[in-house]
Ligand binder design. Structure first.
Ligand SMILES: NC(=O)c1ccc[n+]([C@@H]2O[C@H](COP(=O)([O-])OP(=O)(O)OC[C@H]3O[C@@H](n4cnc5c(N)ncnc54)[C@H](O)[C@@H]3O)[C@@H](O)[C@H]2O)c1
Length: 434
């Protein structure tokens, strides 16, 4: 593998990134900015074309960087896996969803592995970044690649490095977020570490690929469990007639031993609601029940129902029923200031309300199409008339561009799941908070 090491050191190693999404595109751009020739492979022709044309479709990627690297030929997009033949390092960044029964769906990792298997040659490095259960790299990828007759740590390298992208985070990007890496052998670890050091400030080596896989699951389970805890706190505070936001704010003044988490309408995105189930599934195969994960999952998944109860309570106060009421949902992406609707709790809240025959409309400055039917009505602009036409306005996502004073002023009833109206003087009874 000395040949690969010298190619990394001289930046002549050719890099391939499989899956040009939220994780893969920033990785491909950063390697190209560092001076490597990169090819991005995506089964979606539109994404491969957009990458080739320097058209950005992931907000966290710098438009200027993408244009620079495509213009100077350092980054190309393609749908063809045959380019793997000429590459030295391959990063797998494909989605890892759950099946309907909440079991891991690693079929896209297997598909990528099959494609690599067809083109594997000596001196290649393969690194998985997709979030998955401990054991995936060694138990699924390694045996398939070994079928070629090539030896890991001698002929080729295999490693796992969990992606830590936080969409919408303008401070922590790939470069200044430490990168955890585990290799199948020490050679695999050393080579991947050398390569990553070209694009990240700090690399954190761990003892195995399993340890690296588990690090990511600890991080995301930590978030899921703490969000579950604070969501239950919100429900308990409500029953006690207390304001959970006031309690969290005051608890946060403790200078040690407390870290604030905030309640919300439910979990969204591709990571936090999904990843802990990968760990729970793996433990189930070892006859162990991951109780914290299951309980947090249950509480978080019930939050959209809790929000709908709040809406019903607010409408009841003004002698209206959910059935037939006009409900305007503000912010449908899963998180503030991003254009990602995957697993968004807004989708659940809207479908529960639709099942109860409410008339739904929605607004979101980042989203222009709605993924499920029946289609709620799209409200392009929040105006005094669009707000006052609603019997209830529900704040699901608190995008920075919203003017909360204006929204409170023009709405008759608001259910605020994010404490977005905290700095607004709210007339008595107009705003119900989670
Ligand atoms: N989005 C995040 O915030 C985030 C953060 C950390 C980790 N992750 C993990 O990273 C992985 C990728 O997530 P993402 O958010 O980038 O997904 P994404 O859906 O944004 O992008 C995945 C891309 O892979 C392509 N793709 C799918 N199957 C393919 C195949 N077989 N061959 C080639 N291309 C293929 C898709 O067309 C898509 O463009 C997942 O395991 C996810 O859990 C995501």
């Amino acid at each position: 593998m000395d040949n690969l090491l010298s190619k990394i050191e001289t930046k002549t190693a050719k890099v391939a990134v499989i899956g040009l999404g939220y994780v893969g595109l920033p990785l491909a751009v950063d390697f190209a900015i560092a001076g490597f020739h990169v090819v991005g492979i995506d089964k979606n022709q539109a994404r491969a074309d957009a990458t080739n044309n320097g058209q950005n479709y992931i907000r966290d990627v710098s438009e200027t960087d993408l244009k620079t690297v495509t213009k100077n030929g350092l980054l190309n997009g393609t749908t063809s896996f045959s380019v793997l033949q000429e590459t030295d390092a391959i990063f797998i960044c494909v989605p890892t969803p759950l099946s309907k029964t909440k079991d891991p769906d690693v079929s896209l990792i297997l598909h990528a592995t099959d494609s690599i298997h067809q083109h594997l040659h000596s001196n290649q490095l393969i690194c998985l970044e997709s979030t998955t259960y401990p054991g995936t790299t060694r138990e699924l990828i390694l045996p398939r690649l070994r079928e070629t007759g090539l030896k890991v740590g001698k002929d080729f390298s295999l490693a796992f490095s969990p992606e830590r992208i936080d969409p919408g985070n303008s401070h922590f990007k790939l470069k200044n977020t430490p990168k955890v890496i585990g290799g199948i052998t020490s050679t695999c670890l050393n080579l991947s570490q050398k390569l990553y050091e070209n694009i990240v400030d700090q690399v954190v080596p761990v003892s195995s690929t399993e340890a690296a896989e588990m690090v990511k699951l600890l991080e995301n389970t930590f978030r899921s469990v703490n969000i579950g805890l604070v969501n239950e706190m919100a429900i308990m505070a409500q029953k006690l007639g207390l304001d959970v936001w006031e309690i969290i704010h005051a608890a946060s003044t403790k200078p040690y031993g407390f870290m604030p988490f905030y309640p919300g309408p439910g979990l969204g995105g591709h990571c936090i609601p999904v990843d802990p189930h990968y760990l729970a599934w793996k433990l189930k195969t070892l006859n162990y029940k991951a109780r914290f994960i299951e309980m947090a999952g249950e509480i978080n998944a019930a939050m959209p129902h809790h929000v709908v109860d709040l809406i019903a309570r607010g409408l009841n106060r003004i002698k209206k029923s959910v059935n037939g009421s006009n409900i305007l949902v503000i912010g449908v992406s899963y998180k503030k200031d991003i254009a990602d609707i995957r697993e968004s709790p807004a989708l659940d809240i809207i479908s529960i309300l639709q099942a109860r025959e409410a008339v739904i409309s929605w607004n979101d400055p980042y989203i222009d199409d709605y993924p499920t039917t029946p289609l709620p009505r799209f409200v392009k602009d929040l105006t005094p008339s669009s707000l006052s036409a609603a019997d209830c306005v529900v704040i699901v996502t608190d995008h920075s561009s919203y003017d909360w004073n204006f929204i409170v002023e023009n709405s008759s009833l608001i259910v605020d799941t994010r404490n977005a109206t905290k700095n607004v003087q709210c007339p008595q009874g107009r705003v119900l908070k989670l």
